[in-house]
Ligand binder design. Structure first.
Ligand code: DC
Length: 230
């Protein structure tokens, strides 16, 4: 296992709702690394767009968004009550709000805007300068950290993913339909994979992990076994 003088970058990409952040967070805790959920950053920008009417019916007002980018400040702050790096948008903790289905339903077109990606990728690269980081997203191994020492590409069957997300949202009290969630997951994957700007794709040197039938413990062990080999 790498010690503090030999920290690495672990890049985890993959499909929507397959538990990337959960496993990334657990690995970071185990290795005493920083965990960054890059999807939270795209969600925070989407929340800003929703609040400022910069997106309507899935269409982003790109000129207005460009003009407002300088006003969007996204950052993370460690919450010692939850042991989680919460996301903040312009001085407000939006960790809960960015998980709402309305944000999930609007995030793909916002994440496809080149200027949004350039802004957030620069922030992400800054966060990884000292290594010792586990970051999950869609373009971490391909664009953000192409030199990452360990790259994973996670996936799971759509039904398994939809069921997990449905259970998670209903446990929080959100009234959602399973079919709506499944459609959102499949739609986001398609959008992420076919957009022009940094589409979701497996890096050539990434290892695939299908966790459809793996427990969280098995996933953690699977990944830690690969860290040991580095
Ligand atoms: O990981 P997530 O589902 O919270 O991410 C939300 C959306 O943000 C996802 O549909 C695609 C986009 N995203 C991206 O384009 N690039 C990343 N590095 C992370 C997320």
């Amino acid at each position: 296992m790498p010690d503090n003088t030999n920290k690495i970058i672990i890049a985890i990409d993959g499909h929507s709702s397959c538990g990337k952040s959960t496993v990334a967070k657990a690995i970071a805790q185990k290795l005493n690394y920083i965990f960054i959920d890059s999807g939270a950053m795209y969600r925070a920008v989407t929340l800003y767009c929703l609040r400022h009417n910069l997106i309507n019916n899935g269409i982003v007002n790109i000129p207005e968004l460009r003009a407002n980018l300088g006003k969007i400040k996204v950052s993370f702050s460690f919450n010692d009550k939850t042991n989680h790096n919460d996301i903040w948008l312009n001085g407000e903790n939006v960790e809960q709000e960015i998980r709402l289905l309305t944000v999930s339903q609007n995030v793909s077109p916002v994440a496809a805007v080149a200027e949004v990606r350039h802004l957030l990728v620069a922030l992400q690269q800054e966060m990884g300068k000292s290594k010792g980081i586990v970051m999950d997203g869609r373009d971490i191994g391909t664009v953000v950290f192409p030199e990452a020492e360990l790259k994973l590409f996670m996936t799971a069957q759509p039904d398994v993913r939809a069921k997990r997300r449905f259970d998670e949202l209903t446990a929080k009290g959100e009234r959602v339909s399973y079919d709506e969630i499944k459609a959102n997951i499949i739609g986001r994957d398609r959008y992420d994979e076919t957009r022009d700007e940094s589409p979701l794709r497996k890096a050539d040197d990434a290892i695939i992990m299908d966790n459809s039938y793996m427990t969280r413990e098995e996933q953690l062990e699977w990944i830690l076994n690969r860290v040991v080999g580095i």
